[in-house]
Ligand binder design. Sequence first.
Ligand code: FAD
Ligand code: AMP
Length: 478
Amino acid sequence: MPKVFDVVVIGGGPGGYAAAIKCAQLGLKVACIEKYINKNGKPALGGTCANVGCIPSKALLDSSWKYHEAREALAVHGITTGDVKIDVKTMVERKDTVVKKQTDGVAMLLQMNGITWLQGEGKLLAGKRVEFSPHEGENETLEATYVILASGSSPIKIPVVPLVDGLVVDNAGALDFTEVPKRLGVIGAGIIGLELGSVWARLGAQVTVLEAQDTFLPIVDRQVSRETFKQLTKQNLDIKLSARVTGSTVKGNEVEVAYTDANGEQKLTVDKLIVAVGRRPYTEGLLAVDSGVTLDERGFIFVNGQCRTDVPGVYAIGDLVRGPALAHKATEEGVMVAEMIAGHTIHINYDCIPSVIYTHPEVAWVGLSEEQAKARGEEYKTGSFSFAANGRAVAANETAGFVKVVADKRTDRILGVHIIGPQASELIMQAVIAIEFCGSVEDLQLMVFAHPGLSEVLHEAMLDVDGKAIHSAKKKRK
Ligand code: FAD
Ligand code: AMP
């Protein structure tokens, strides 16, 4: 007899496990199939995010920032530290402990919600049946009223740059270096490349980032991306644009990277090389030929705005489908699908999903950039304000960056907020709340912000939209 569930979820990352928990909370009988085996050979939940993505990268970013501060940012406060050293082994072990806490926590949540975690691989068959191939034991067929596909994404590989254990690595390998490389190459100046490059640059590596495109961070508002470029290049990060990598050769303990730029063919020799050229939806072994689920031209599972696939009762969420590859987007899609299965209607506002780059300063944005507003033909107005003119930022010695607001000229509605600066990842949520509530610039102008606080920069940027910023030398109202 096949095992029967209300819902079978394939994939236990932030999309899949959130969907499973929400379904269980809504009274459904749920199985979650997850195949991941961690570097200690143990099955683990949590997906890319908890195992080799958001969480471990932030653990290393935090450790490396503390090292940088202890070495270079404390003297101005009158604090003498002596000879500050980094023990990479301890730093990486701490990161592993953080990861274990997260992944064990997910396992505990599934257990407490009565969800069956099936350790192995899932494949969608025709008729909402799922073939489960356990890590140990016989295959079995499961029957489900609903199936949620949440198998995530995997790093894109460049065939001319094959991975070589410990030397040429992807995002997972870059979290496990055993020492600080003297010279580190990073292919790709996307969010992942910049975050991982920053970790090792702070610890003393001379980092060269090779980026094929001529524009730096094209998804980010131009003014913010220009400032980000300026700030990062001050930090041992040599970012070369229009530099397309064409091959790599391992020579002993070194890697020779070949790339082309405006001046022709170039070579770069590094001690380690990180390949961070993006991620693609992971559908390997996920779909039987007659599953009925279709892919779009870029390999994403085709879904509508509510994550329904072409097969009634089968949903797909997270990195596997269109939209930004972000953990919180995956989670909210999982929750939305679970609610729909339980007969409730909720939707996601895809225009109001925040993005963050956890460099220093942090970069965060939500909504339309100025360029996007222009391209859409919006009549827009902008305002901006610097952290350098904010008391709290000055007191903390964190004055780099600014907040920029893009708003509708006719209705005053906030269209986008773009931040580079201290705690941008937290500040951006004030903008998310404002935009989600259809807030206008005037709404935020009239609010009282606590002093001294970094969020006063957001307030002043809103005031600046109408030339009304207080701590500004500008005399005239716009
Ligand atoms: P995943 O997390 O990829 O989970 C999918 C799971 O499905 C995996 O565990 C996989 O083993 C399993 N699986 C696949 N196929 C099968 C199968 N057939 N059977 C059973 N199991 C299967 N996002 C942010 O929002 N903030 C960040 O700061 C951030 N930092 C990142 C840093 C790095 C270095 C990387 C690589 C990514 C980062 N991301 C970040 C992106 C984030 O990790 C992803 O958007 C998120 O994990 C997607 O969630 P998901 O549930 O769709 O897929
Ligand atoms: P993201 O998709 O945001 O993670 O960014 C990945 C980046 O890698 C993109 O900006 C690509 O332009 C860049 N990229 C892809 N292939 C190459 C290559 N062969 N050489 C240099 N950069 C590349």
